[in-house]
Ligand binder design. Structure first.
Ligand code: GYE
Length: 308
């Protein structure tokens, strides 16, 4: 794209923008694919990207944003690990006249005026897709559900939980969420939470559905189930969110039953938003990334299309 004529503070002539990106971490295949997509798109667009991996730690992300402000970047891109606690640092960016674009995760509605726009997924819609499938699948029997939630206080954990319940309630599903525990969006987290679930519940006989808020936690849980002689996908049905290659492979192997897609490859779209924000254009408050759903009949055909 042609960068000339952009009105950013640091931009002159054909120079690219200086962008600070405070990323969540490297907790999942989704995240790694997202980091790759953003870095590749920034490079292709001729922008300089300062990339900081927050290691799922809000304090590290706040420090990164403060560093970006000190470096007078043109635009700050923040993927906030959790929703709350951003007001102060966002006010600092605002006072410095540096626009903030949220990528992927969102912040508290109360801080809505402190960022320009969010580009990412509609996590509540993802949750509703999971809940709608559960309602259809367990319409005749009802469902006892265990939930492996993402990072506590994160937008995708909050919204995937509420969206699921919304759709299940709306469809009149008879269900009970026996317990919700966080696996922090990691495979180790998913595995260890599943082990405690297995100790506490007769998963094989008393649990119908495991709802994992991402692939890694679902895959970790599958490992725990197999190690305990419980057949994943059969003794207990499993929903995951993201749709990585590894997730689809588990689907092809019959170890899980439903995949709600979450698309990490929005780097190019993000660069367009950042350039438009730098140019001072009017922005929508939220730009959704397009995504679908996949059941057992789709797993094999879709696997080769997976990019992460
Ligand atoms: O689903 C998960 C990652 O915020 C949408 O974060 C993202 C989530 C994604 O750890 O795998």
């Amino acid at each position: 794209s042609d960068d000339s004529g952009q009105g950013g503070s640091g931009g002159s002539g054909d120079e690219g923008l200086l962008i600070g990106f405070a990323q969540v971490g490297a907790e999942s295949a989704w995240r790694t694919a997202n980091s790759d997509s953003v870095q590749a798109a920034a490079e292709a667009a001729g922008h300089e990207l300062k990339f900081v991996d927050g290691q799922q730690d809000q304090e590290k992300q706040i420090t990164a944003v403060r560093d970006f402000i000190a470096q007078q970047v043109d635009v700050i891109v923040l993927a906030p690990v959790v929703e709350t606690g951003w007001t102060d640092v966002l006010e600092e960016a605002d006072a410095a006249g540096i626009p903030v674009v949220l990528a992927d995760r969102g912040v508290d509605a109360a801080d809505e005026d402190l960022y320009v726009t969010r580009l990412g997924s509609d996590f509540a819609e993802e949750g509703r897709k999971a809940g709608a499938w559960a309602a259809e699948t367990f319409a005749d029997t009802g469902a006892a559900v265990l939930e492996l939630e993402g990072t506590v206080g994160s937008a995708p954990a909050n919204d995937r939980a509420s969206g699921f319940r919304e759709a299940a309630d709306e469809a009149g599903l008879e269900y009970e969420v026996l317990e919700t525990q966080s696996g922090d969006f990691t495979a180790e987290g998913g595995k260890s939470v599943m082990e405690t679930f297995i100790e506490k519940y007769d998963v094989k006989n008393d649990v119908d559905l495991l709802y994992a808020h991402n692939d890694e936690m679902g895959l970790g849980a599958i490992q725990a189930l197999e190690e305990n002689g419980i057949v994943p996908g059969v003794d207990v049905q499993i929903i995951i969110v993201d749709g990585s290659k590894a997730g689809f492979e588990a689907g092809v192997a019959g170890k899980l039953n439903y995949i709600v897609e979450c698309n990490p490859a929005f780097g190019e779209q993000l660069m367009e938003v950042v350039e438009s924000v730098d140019a001072g254009d009017e922005q929508e408050k939220f730009t959704p990334v397009e995504e679908g759903v996949f059941g057992p009949d789709d797993f094999e055909a879709e696997l080769p299309n997976r990019q992460f």
